[in-house]
Ligand binder design. Sequence first.
Ligand SMILES: Cc1cc2nc3c(=O)[nH]c(=O)nc-3n(C[C@H](O)[C@H](O)[C@H](O)COP(=O)(O)O)c2cc1C
Length: 331
Amino acid sequence: RPGHGDYSFFKKFKIYDYRGGGRISGRETISRVAASAVVSELIKPIEIKVYPVQIGEICVSEIDHNFSNELSWPDKITFPHLIAYLDAIKTEGNSVGGIVECSIVKIPAGLGDPVFEKLDANLAKAVISIGSVKGIEFGDGFKAAAAKGSENNDQISNSGFITNHSGGILGGISTGQEIKFRFVVKPTPSIKLKQSTINSKNEKVELKLEGRFDTCIIPRILPIAKAMVTLVLADAVSYQKLVSGDELNLYDYREALDKIDEDILIALKRRLKISELIGAFKKSNQLPVNDLNREQELLENLNKKADQLGLKRSSVQQIWKLLISDSKEIQ
Ligand SMILES: Cc1cc2nc3c(=O)[nH]c(=O)nc-3n(C[C@H](O)[C@H](O)[C@H](O)COP(=O)(O)O)c2cc1C
């Protein structure tokens, strides 16, 4: 299907999942929504609203969150035009995308980090990880390109920021203002119109898809985007709680330890996988499994790192001797 992930998925995995594409189908997002429901308590009292502001050529004229409808379109005035427009696109057998806005309020200042866990970077990754999302802008976003510094800077008064061009995040850290971002959703790839493509034998074919398709994916994307934002904020809130040391109890410390243990286990699994690959490489190149020089070098490097980190050399050596022995076993 042109526009879908089938081509690149097939190039990577050499299979085509007939169930709508498998992992490249929007179906995978159900787990994200379920996960967010589990952690939603953690982010209280933060409130997240996600709503469309443009679908195809139709733009919202005035946002009204009290106007409820099946498309979650927040504008009574343009709603009839939108319905007529989508009907026409559907009759044509075509699809459209649009722009979705997210507003996060009652968020404290101080969530996020200046380099590796920037709040805007984490939100961007989470939202763009949803199939068919192609871009994101925070605050004034791309409009900032034409603004002057004097116009773009949010002046600060005794009672807080006077404007919010930044979208509530500065230096990767929440300012405490409303966080606002918009993201663009491309038109649904599956359409009923004839399209040119190839089959798995690289033969040119004409594709005419049948069945039920979403004219626009946006109504389905809204709860997923809210779920992804909830997950990112839950991480940021939990992390901030840990580093600030405020209101921590034994349960919080144990939870943090459990998370670190899980990370260690995942790293061990990855280490073993690489050892297996090294074993296969050694076998096909007739190299011995034992390489005492390399082992020596590894243990010496670990000693140096242990010293830098203030860890006990003897403990580190003990752990790695075990790991090396496990690796040799599978090689
Ligand atoms: C909830 C959801 C539902 C989707 N439904 C469809 C669909 O019915 N038909 C379709 O062609 N694409 C659908 N998509 C989009 C594809 O999954 C996506 O475009 C495809 O995986 C290619 O990825 P990319 O657009 O991010 O490059 C859906 C995506 C999501 C998140």
